[in-house]
Write a protein that binds this ligand. Structure first.
Ligand code: HEC
Length: 155
């Protein structure tokens, strides 16, 4: 009788233990952080955004107006590649090992959102929408720099 009670009790405990068991922890994908923040800016974000900014708007000079929007398939393709790089760069900035906190995550997400607008604009070959997206991207760069670059300089 006593043995039976013990067995029942331990089975009950076992059930409780099983119910409390957490699902196995998902292992993080084996990504490697290759570039530090500064290098990511200089080597990934900056070259990509230059393609977008150099492809949007109008230059007015003594010689007249120059529209910067691409006029060839290749030109638009380069903007698409740059916008896709920049959109994914937002994700790169979010990775543990690069991210500096909650606000950082929002700016990084903002970069992806604004770059998606540039991507859509380039796919549609919409020069005005590309110009607007370029402005949005600029604002995100500025906003993050205002908060995080000043800190980096003060160190
Ligand atoms: C999520 C935050 C964040 C966003 C978004 C961001 N930056 Fe930065 N950026 C930084 C930080 C932090 C530094 C300072 C890095 C350092 O000095 O260590 C920096 C520095 C830079 C630098 C200077 C690198 C150097 O050589 O000193 C450039 C250029 C730059 N960013 C370009 C950009 C551009 C262009 C964008 C937008 C397309 C952008 N960044 C968006 C955080 C951000």
């Amino acid at each position: 009788m006593r043995t039976k009670t013990l067995v029942t009790l331990s089975m009950a405990l076992l059930l409780v233990a099983c119910a409390n068991e957490q699902p196995p922890v998902q292992e993080a994908p084996p990504y490697q952080i290759v570039t530090d923040i500064r290098q990511t800016m200089e080597w990934v974000l900056d070259p990509a955004v230059d393609v977008i900014w150099d492809s949007a708007g109008t230059i007015i000079s003594a010689e007249g107006r120059t529209e910067l929007a691409p006029t060839t398939d290749d030109g638009w393709s380069r903007v698409i590649f740059a916008a896709a790089t920049l959109a994914e760069a937002g994700n790169l900035l979010m990775l543990p090992g690069r991210s500096l906190g909650d606000d950082w995550q929002e700016y990084a997400a903002g970069l992806t959102e604004a770059s998606k607008l540039a991507l859509t604009a380039a796919q549609a070959r919409d020069a005005d929408a590309l110009f607007d997206a370029g402005g949005r991207i600029y604002q995100v760069c500025r906003a993050c720099h205002n908060q995080y670059w000043a800190d980096a300089r003060d160190d």
